[in-house]
Write a protein that binds this ligand. Structure first.
Ligand code: URA
Length: 240
């Protein structure tokens, strides 16, 4: 692939802007500035630098963000910042989407990708992808509430009760809860239906992919192959 197309596909602006970056000597390959926009490179494992920042060619973008509170999962946020403002412009320019939404005040693991099939797989209601949250509750938890969550609670507007795939007390007011669906305000509504109130919500895991403890709030990272595999293990279709 020629260098201009490489920059273009990786989110470095219009073709014209990419040509200009190269002509200005801001792009380096294998340690040396490359001024030839038509220079051809094999993209597999291809790395390059723009303004000395290293990049690897990626056909598709798969990333995770430790979402802080006060950010909306929207490109056109209504009342807060957009989670896309936490990403480098190259990543946002590639058209990455949130893989499911977290509420503005929910924190933790948020996946982003420009692979439409991937986004569909992990948001489709047909796939029972387990998502594990740590909820802080207003009132002390009790066994009756936990059992109600495990047995199923009827949410306003739903016809059938929804059960947590798992619900356990981590502390007097700390609930570890796993759900397989992704309904609107689902965990908060389930906790309310069980007779308590959710004061804070943090997503810790999607399938066996856990939010890395060293990923600070507001920070993002690419998903590596092991992390993608951990996710794939979580996406088997439900048997009919
Ligand atoms: N459930 C909620 O209530 N809110 C979220 O952000 C995610 C799950």
């Amino acid at each position: 692939m020629d260098l201009e197309s490489i920059l273009f596909t990786q989110g470095f602006g219009s073709r014209r802007q990419c040509r200009a970056l190269i002509a200005q000597g801001r792009v380096a390959v294998a340690g040396g500035v490359c001024l030839d926009a038509d220079a051809d490179f094999a993209v597999e494992d291809f790395t390059f630098e723009v303004d000395r920042a290293p990049w690897r060619y990626r056909e598709r973008a798969y990333a995770m963000l430790n979402k802080p509170a006060g950010y909306e999962c929207s490109r056109e946020p209504q009342h807060h910042h957009s989670v896309f403002s936490l990403l480098p412009p190259q990543l946002a320019a590639r058209g990455v989407q949130c893989v499911g939404r977290l509420d503005e005040d929910t924190t933790g693991l948020l996946l982003l990708s420009d692979d439409g099939q991937f986004v569909h797989t992990y948001t489709s209601p047909k796939r029972k992808v387990p998502k594990t949250y740590l909820a802080t509750t207003r009132h002390p938890l009790d066994e009756l509430q936990l059992q109600a969550l495990r047995d199923g609670v009827l949410l306003h507007g739903e016809k059938t009760p929804i059960a947590a795939a798992a619900a356990a007390m981590r502390d007097e007011r700390q609930l570890e809860i796993t759900v397989n669906e992704g309904k609107y305000h689902q965990v908060k509504r389930m906790i309310a239906a069980a007779g308590n109130r959710c004061e804070a919500l943090h997503r810790e895991r999607i399938g066996s992919l856990a939010l890395p403890p060293d990923l600070a709030p507001g920070a993002w990272q690419w998903l590596d192959e092991a992390q993608l595999q951990a996710l794939r293990g979580a996406s088997s279709p439900t048997p009919a």
